[in-house]
Write a protein that binds this ligand. Structure first.
Ligand SMILES: O=C(O)CCC(=O)C(=O)O
Length: 251
């Protein structure tokens, strides 16, 4: 595995950028050959597993670490978990992973939203996602755009991923804020905070956009009784800690 960014060479500047802006671009968190291997596994999983998202925005496959040995390596990768822990500055556990595949010419952006409002969690002190590009993702293939500093907003109500004006209507000041669009090479990653306003461009190309997203939450997060496909089958009591066998700790 030839990695460019490792927990050992992550700089104070990169950590500071994440804390200031709510996101950071880390090149080569996995090597290109590994990205290719994971992309192949992702396309295989797409043919086997249920799509949890209706509509053109993306195909959403959940909990790959429980269904695919190759993608499990990436979700549970200790180096990726150690980078997340350094950025968050607090012990973390896995919330869930997901593959988000924008099909060729999908014709739909992922509209502005925050992530935290979708999750059945309470008492969260920090949650963040590693969005790992398994193929090259130029702007025209569905890369992410962030509003720096917007992670200081509270978690609002859940936002409609298909409505460009939904989050901007809830927080109109965001309309006037600078946006940063981040194309990624295969193997690169962006980490983003769970309150950060973000969007992704449509896939205008003839190749699928394949992103593997590993979502971490602080180790003390509690379950809130809200519907979610990851927790619905588990029969958790409201207020319960997230059980280790389903939500393993890092570090
Ligand atoms: O990849 C996308 O289209 C959107 C991803 C996203 O919103 C996320 O990972 O939080």
């Amino acid at each position: 595995m030839t990695r460019t960014t490792t927990p050992q060479n992550l700089t104070g500047e990169q950590v500071g950028a994440y804390r200031r802006d709510g996101f950071v671009h880390l090149p080569g968190v996995i090597g290109r050959a590994d990205a290719q291997r994971h992309a192949k596994a992702a396309l295989g999983a797409r043919d086997r597993l249920r799509d949890h998202h209706a509509g053109r925005t993306f195909t959403q496959l959940l909990q790959l670490w429980q269904h695919d040995a190759t993608l499990r390596e990436l979700t549970l990768d200790p180096a990726l978990g150690a980078l997340a822990t350094r950025l968050a500055g607090t012990p973390l556990r896995l919330w869930h992973d997901q593959l988000l595949i924008k099909e060729p010419h999908n014709g739909a952006a992922t509209e502005f939203h925050q992530d935290q409002p979708y999750w059945p969690h309470r008492g969260t002190r920090h949650a963040l996602s590693a969005w790992v590009a398994l193929v090259d993702v130029p702007v025209d293939r569905g890369c992410m755009t962030f509003i720096p500093g917007s992670h200081r907003l509270p978690a609002l109500r859940p936002q409609d991923l298909t409505d460009h004006g939904d989050l901007l209507g809830l927080a109109p000041d965001l309309t006037w804020r600078q946006r940063v669009t981040v194309p990624l090479r295969a193997g690169d990653c962006t980490f983003h905070h769970s309150h950060l306003a973000h969007t992704a461009t449509p896939n205008l190309t003839g190749d699928p956009r394949i992103a593997h997203v590993v979502i971490y939450t602080d180790a003390e997060t509690r379950y809130a009784a809200l519907p979610h496909p990851v927790t619905d089958p588990l029969g958790l009591e409201p207020g319960a800690a997230l059980p280790e066998e389903h939500f393993p700790r890092f570090g």
